[in-house]
Design a protein around this ligand. Sequence first.
Ligand SMILES: Cc1ncc(COP(=O)(O)O)c(C=O)c1O
Length: 397
Amino acid sequence: MSEFIFNPYRRQSPSWDDPVFAPFKNDDIMPFHTSLPGYHPTPLIALPALAQKLGVKEIRVKDESHRFDLAAFKVLGASYAIYRFLKAHLGAEGESVSDMAELVRDLLAGKYAGRFLFCTATDGNHGRAVAWTARNFHQRAVIYMPQGTVEARIRNIEAEGAEVNIVAGSYDETVRRAAKEASRNGWQVIADTGYDGYMTIPGYIMAGYLTMFREMEGIVHHPDEPGVDLVFLQSGVGSLAAAAVWYYVHRYGSNRPTLISVEPTAAACLYDSIRYGAGEMTVAHGDSKTIMAGLNCGTPSLAAWPIIKDGIDLFLAITDDWAAKAMRTYYHPEGADPQIISGESGSAGLAACLALLEDSSMAEARRQLNIGSDTRVLLLNTEGATDPVNFAKIIAA
Ligand SMILES: Cc1ncc(COP(=O)(O)O)c(C=O)c1O
């Protein structure tokens, strides 16, 4: 059953001064992304017919399935973290790194080829992003994936020239294995989740995600008004949601939109931490069986948690049938709305929106949010059809 909890720990005017959050203030994030080959802002798509059907004013979808031909948003974080790592290490070795454009040009041209090996655990999208960045910067990558990962996701990573190793265990076990192998071999871990002793890179990764929100400035996020009322943020370890919270709190303060975290009920580590953990991080209570592979994470990121706890308004945990319904809703659009290709995790924002508006278990949440014909909804389609076999089955159902 889908569930919700309003955040009792939410603060009206939070501020975060831990050094792990310092990268959020960097002014080179978007200039870095725009200097990468193939950069263009992902589209922000309006779905007026669906909005009318659901009884809200607007539904807009930031469509990350078009991000650098990688079909997911994750490269915004991985590329920026790898760039900052290379800048720090090459700088320490006496290389000229102060000019960003020049350093990126040098990296892309292979000036520092083969100096570093990057390693990470992934259920697909983040590993592909690390492998893509490593290839573009002429470095090596070794990627660990949990058993049961679909073939297409493995092949996509191998196509970027990375070595893929399958771990006989869960995603969390895969994270531990990647860290162990990296420390044994002297590799650099690029993990999108923070844990004790490993916080710097996850800080850069979260900061990299800011580009997604900044691209909406001038279109919908006006200087004095966010232009949206509800923002649905699908969460695995919470890095994306934390970036969103940081962005909206800093740009709009108490005038920020309502921020909603969405997880599968089978792996709802943020929801469970709020509901059962007295506001402390807990491991997810579910059985980790979900089609939303990108969100199938048992432990929140230690680097994201303080921001999540202070800034998310509502935590939703939804069942897989809502994700499948959302994929079909995107694929077979209402009226003249454009078609959107959205994978299981990519569609979770719309899935939660549908559940919130239609599921009887959500009636109280609907009432408290006062959703109606004035409500403007922002969804992030965080991935395209990254598992084409399952995608074809779901949209045909
Ligand atoms: C498609 C997709 N959406 C959302 C997320 C959630 O991001 P995070 O783990 O930062 O919460 C992921 C994570 O891998 C993902 O792959």
